[in-house]
Design a protein around this ligand. Structure first.
Ligand SMILES: CC(C)(COP(=O)(O)OP(=O)(O)OC[C@H]1O[C@@H](n2cnc3c(N)ncnc32)[C@H](O)[C@@H]1OP(=O)(O)O)[C@@H](O)C(=O)NCCC(=O)NCCS
Length: 181
């Protein structure tokens, strides 16, 4: 059984970053993340057309956190509150002891190692606090920046394919602490 209790919200910090809960003031940055053509190039999801869409999205995300269904962090730099990207854990399976990870950065903040730093912390939280045995990342096979990131984090291609969409690949990382028990 996974240890899923997301209230109070788990704020995480790293050398350069603070990962905090989304707030309504993030709507402009969430709108850009969910409408920018380049950021959404490989993502198969509902695009935000208006600020209202972004606002609704933030509310839905926070409802899911209140229900302990998923976790979604705003990535911010140091003590600046401005959102530069997001990272989430979702699709938890108590039965299989696993979850999925997703992430995105505003284009101005790519190429600085920000996501690697954020994802290392989130992976550590998933393994050591939620106690998942496996984290999966499912994404478009041409998304090379995502592959680079995941390989640096020691995720490996599972070679499992989604029959409904052969363009998707699945990388996973197993909990290294499970082997030590
Ligand atoms: C996937 C995504 C988050 C990766 O972003 P990224 O900026 O490449 O990843 P990082 O933040 O870890 O940065 C790594 C880059 O920063 C560079 N870098 C600079 N300073 C660094 C530092 N201090 N530490 C580590 N890397 C550093 C690395 O060399 C690397 O650059 P390179 O790819 O040109 O070699 C980004 O491409 C994105 O938002 N894509 C759109 C959304 C998406 O497709 N998400 C995946 C769906 S699950």
């Amino acid at each position: 059984m996974l240890s899923r209790s997301f209230t109070p919200f788990p704020i995480l910090t790293t050398e350069r970053l603070t990962l905090r809960q989304l707030v309504s003031n993030d709507e402009q940055e969430i709108f850009i993340l969910r409408s920018d053509r380049e950021i959404n190039k490989y993502l198969d999801r509902q695009i935000s057309k208006t600020i209202d869409d972004a606002r609704d999205f933030i509310n839905k995300i926070n409802e899911n956190i209140n229900k302990n269904d998923s976790l979604y962090w705003a990535i911010t730099l140091g003590d600046k509150n401005l959102l530069v990207g997001t990272i989430c854990l979702f699709n938890f399976s108590d039965e299989d002891g696993k979850c999925e990870i997703g992430y995105e950065l505003l284009t101005d903040f790519q190429g600085q190692g920000i996501m690697k730093e954020a994802a290392e912390k989130v992976v550590d939280y998933a393994f050591n606090t939620i106690k998942v045995q496996k984290i999966e990342a499912i994404f478009h096979r041409d998304n090379q920046r995502s592959i680079n990131l995941l390989e640096q984090l020691l995720f490996r291609n599972s070679n499992e394919y989604d029959k409904t969409n052969p363009d998707l690949i699945c990388y996973n990382l197993k909990n290294p602490f499970d082997n030590l028990k």
